[in-house]
Design a protein around this ligand. Structure first.
Ligand code: ATP
Ligand code: MG
Length: 322
């Protein structure tokens, strides 16, 4: 694991955004700067971190960890479904096939926790359109993974759960495509859970985005990263569950907890600035997930991410005329 000193020295070099108009039309998401031209997108994962739909700041090496992990997972599941990944010219960059994205995020959960737990406890599960058994305990494993789709909201708005019946009624996805998409999601999730387990982690839940290319389903965006998934440490899970203690989380939940506990912030108003200490703490969590899942040390160099990306894109011919 990189030392805190090394992580700290990367603080001034993190990537907030990158301007490369020559790459095509820019769509700046919360985390990625996406340049599209024709049928491909150059997706640059910046070091931005978002929580409760606000961009809060940057975390050292986050873009690289996410992009490398997404590529790692795409490779691991490529026998299950076509993915959008074409090329990785830089550790923070994925060149992908542009798809027509489904307007729905496919959330799949193996455990009851987070927003689902809050809704379940508050008796607000109607929107999910699922009959939940009574007497579930926070963080307990569900008998079978459940899919709880959510709408894909525009910037600044919150994604909302939507039932399968409702999304089909609204014609957001055709029944045929939906059944294909959910079948793929189940297979991906099973593969993800198995792999995570073999590496001492629990893949608790995750979110998939899918799209179509020439009418065929493709897995897009990122998969099984600590931004799109919850990961818990497997060791001690049962004991913590029995005691009613918090699980050991290695995902974005850490920043949500910091915001709520230290600053009483849960999405309303202006988010507090991230301190350098919390930025380093979060970098450590991201790198820990990477190292556990891949079984490899995370190695990178301190210095400008922007310069490195530009160098790599230029060397691989992405910045020239086409
Ligand atoms: N292959 C693809 N084809 C088309 N769109 C894609 C593809 N892969 C990812 N996307 C979209 O590109 C964007 C990636 O940027 P990012 O993840 O930062 O956005 P986001 O903040 O999560 O989403 P948004 O702001 O759009 O709600 C997302 O809107 C995602 O849906
Ligand atoms: Mg996203």
């Amino acid at each position: 694991m990189m030392t805190d000193e090394l992580l700290r020295s990367q603080l001034p070099h993190t990537l907030r955004q990158i301007d490369l108009p020559g790459l095509g039309d820019l769509y700046r998401g919360k985390v990625r700067d996406n340049y599209s031209r024709g049928d491909r997108i150059v997706m640059i994962t910046t070091d931005r971190v978002s929580a409760f739909d606000h961009v809060l700041g940057t975390i050292p090496f986050k873009g690289e960890v996410l992009s490398r992990l997404a590529a790692f997972w795409f490779e691991k599941v490529k026998d299950l479904a076509p993915t959008h990944l074409l090329d990785q010219p830089d550790p923070s960059v994925m060149v992908v096939k542009r798809a027509k994205a489904l307007p729905i995020e496919i959330v799949i959960r193996g455990y009851i926790t987070g927003s689902l737990w809050r809704d379940y406890q508050g008796g607000k599960t109607d929107a999910y359109g699922i009959a939940w058994p009574k007497g579930l305990k926070k963080d307990q494993a569900l008998e079978q993974a459940v899919i709880t789709p959510s709408t894909k909201a525009e910037y600044g708005k919150h994604d909302e759960p939507i039932s399968e019946a409702e999304l089909l009624r609204q014609g957001l996805v055709s029944p045929q495509l939906w059944s294909e998409a959910t079948a793929i999601a189940r297979k991906l999730f099973q593969r993800g859970q198995e792999w995570a387990r073999s590496r001492g982690l629990i893949l608790v839940d995750t979110k998939y985005e899918m799209g179509t290319v020439d009418g065929k389903l493709v897995v897009i965006d990122e998969i099984h990263t600590p931004d799109s998934s919850r990961y818990w440490v497997a060791d001690g899970y049962e004991a913590r569950l029995a005691k009613g203690a918090e699980q050991e989380m290695l995902d974005k939940e850490n920043i949500r907890q910091w915001l709520i506990q230290e600053h009483g912030f849960s999405g309303q108003g202006k988010p507090p600035p991230l301190t350098d200490d919390v930025r380093v703490m979060l970098a450590r969590k991201y790198i820990e997930v990477y190292e556990r899942l891949t079984g490899e040390r995370f190695v990178s160099t301190v210095g400008s991410v922007e310069e490195r990306i530009k160098r790599n894109l230029a060397a691989k011919g992405y910045l020239g005329q086409r």
